[in-house]
Design a protein around this ligand. Structure first.
Ligand SMILES: Cc1cc2nc3c(=O)[nH]c(=O)nc-3n(C[C@H](O)[C@H](O)[C@H](O)COP(=O)(O)O)c2cc1C
Length: 175
């Protein structure tokens, strides 16, 4: 079965994770590119207005794969907007898919992700793994990292190694 890791990343964290996972699974890596530079303003507008911004390649590029693993940040509790057209493609072209992310996690988990994926793709994911920067930064139970700390954090190579392990294990179980 051919596997694709479909990666979107704004500041590079999910890109680094997606690269590592794709390499370990011998999957093709499809990196989404947006025609216009992404800004904080368009992130907020896309999320508030529930927009489906187009990126390249076209979703039809996913046709040849049996398992699709989406990777990207969580924005305002939801899957990053540039991944939406690809999840929507699955409604008419159903197949197994999963989603993994390294998100901030400063406000706790992202409880709506599972329902959102199901709604957008038409079926439940075979794998959903949302790991948190807050978990990497937290040194003791009394001092939870703030949103500004998690947002500014960029993964180290050691972080990527540690975060990729559970994703690879879960993917292998789902295959
Ligand atoms: C506008 C914005 C909103 C965000 N909202 C959330 C959120 O709701 N939950 C969360 O866990 N992280 C949230 N984050 C943090 C990102 O998911 C996190 O920084 C992620 O690692 C960025 O991934 P990237 O480097 O691949 O773009 C948000 C970040 C931005 C810029």
């Amino acid at each position: 079965m051919r596997i694709a890791v479909i990666s979107y990343s704004f500041t590079g964290n999910n890109k680094a994770l997606a690269h590592k996972v794709a390499q370990a699974l011998h999957a093709d890596l499809i990196e989404l590119a947006e025609p216009k530079p992404r800004t904080m303003g368009t992130i907020v507008l896309d999320m508030l207005l529930n927009r489906n911004p187009k990126a390249l390649p076209q979703p039809e590029a996913l046709e040849e794969y049996g398992l699709l693993l989406f990777s990207g940040p969580v924005w305002m509790g939801h899957v990053a907007a540039p991944l939406r057209p690809y999840l929507g493609y699955l409604r008419k072209h159903p197949r197994q898919y999963g989603f993994f992310s390294i998100s901030g996690g400063a406000d706790g988990g992202n409880a709506k992700l599972s329902g959102e994926l199901h709604k957008r793709a038409g079926t439940a994911p075979v794998l959903l793994l949302d790991q948190h920067i807050a978990g990497l930064l937290q040194t003791d139970a009394a001092s939870a990292p703030a949103r500004k700390d998690t947002s500014a954090y960029r993964l180290t190579e050691k972080d990527v190694e540690a975060l990729a392990g559970p994703v690879i294990t879960a993917c292998k179980q789902a295959m």
